[in-house]
Design a protein around this ligand. Structure first.
Ligand code: T3D
Length: 262
């Protein structure tokens, strides 16, 4: 059901809105499939040069829809390894592999996988009233969707463990001051600010931005020596783009660059 994610393309940007507001945009299979489909469009369509992800209504996303996990009738617990392997993991991999900036505008509560899918995006802005909740411990689960990898890298092991084990909500301003997200903005400014950022990045040097994303993502697993080699290779590639030529020319001509993404 594609209505579970609203999509609009403008100014080189694909604006995606998780759209199950009465369930706080919790993930069901339909929403997973719709989101993946839109991200595939973003990957393949060269006229899309940035993606902005947000949620409809008062929440960003409450993670897995737990009404699809109702075992009160005594039914078997589902194999959650399968749902991670087939739904959540491919989604996180797709966001990280997308060679275009993915901006997340966290408009309200982001809980469970909803929090970690947000954190998997490249630049995360949050409304000041938004909260990030590693809700998994409250239902006996472990953080997923990359949470156990991202959290200690972003905020250190001490804070990662405490957030994951207590399931306590973390306000947007604290999240920003800890380095979990890019910034917290007044609620009323969130969508304007995130939209401006997304369209600005969509008008950027797309190949250079893609290479930057890849370099920063791979850095955590590399030695400085190997990272220097990777920077050399990426810079060589970036230096061969028309956008590099245009960027230098625009600087010398004291005008704004007109990047085409090529
Ligand atoms: O299962 C697998 O495949 C494995 C993968 C797991 C990934 C995960 O994400 S596990 C974690 C799942 N998520 C949660 O445990 C969070 C559950 N929700 C909450 O803790 C709270 O709703 C929030 C803290 C997010 C927000 O609280 P609040 O007080 O602002 O809102 P509320 O009243 O709790 O929720 C409003 C409605 O949304 C309510 O429905 P109602 O009573 O109005 O009909 C509530 O049941 C519904 N809702 C909220 N979260 C979910 C949900 N319905 C289904 N699933 C949800 N996750």
């Amino acid at each position: 059901d594609r209505d579970t994610v609203l999509a609009e393309q403008r100014d080189g940007c694909l604006f995606l809105t998780l759209n199950r507001p009465d369930r706080l945009n919790a993930f069901n299979e339909a929403m997973h499939h719709a989101l993946r489909k839109h991200l595939t469009t973003a990957t393949e369509d060269s006229s899309i040069r940035a993606v902005l992800l947000t949620g409809a209504g008062r929440a960003f996303c409450a993670g897995q829809d737990l009404s699809d996990r109702d075992m009160r009738g005594g039914g078997e617990a589902p194999d959650l390894g399968v749902t991670l392997e087939t739904l959540y993991n491919p989604l996180v991999r797709q966001i990280r592999a997308l060679r275009k900036p993915v901006i997340c505008a966290v408009n309200g509560v982001a809980a469970g996988a909803g929090a970690n899918v947000a954190l998997a995006c490249d630049i995360v802005l949050a409304a000041q009233s938004a909260r990030f909740i590693q809700a998994f411990s409250k239902i006996g689960l472990v953080p997923d969707s990359g949470g156990t990898w991202l959290l200690p890298r972003l905020i250190g092991e001490a804070r990662a463990k405490a957030l994951a084990m207590t399931g306590e909500p973390l306000g947007a301003e604290t999240a920003a001051s800890w380095g979990l997200i890019w910034k917290a903005v007044p609620d009323t400014d969130l969508m304007t600010e995130a939209g401006t950022l997304a369209t600005q990045l969509a008008a950027g040097a797309t190949t250079g931005l893609a290479l930057t994303k890849e370099l920063i993502q791979s850095a955590a697993d590399q030695s400085l020596d190997r990272q220097l080699d990777a920077e050399r290779d990426s810079q060589r590639q970036a230096g061969r783009t028309n956008d590099y030529r245009e960027g230098v020319t625009a600087f010398l001509e004291k005008r704004s660059a007109r990047f085409t993404g090529a």
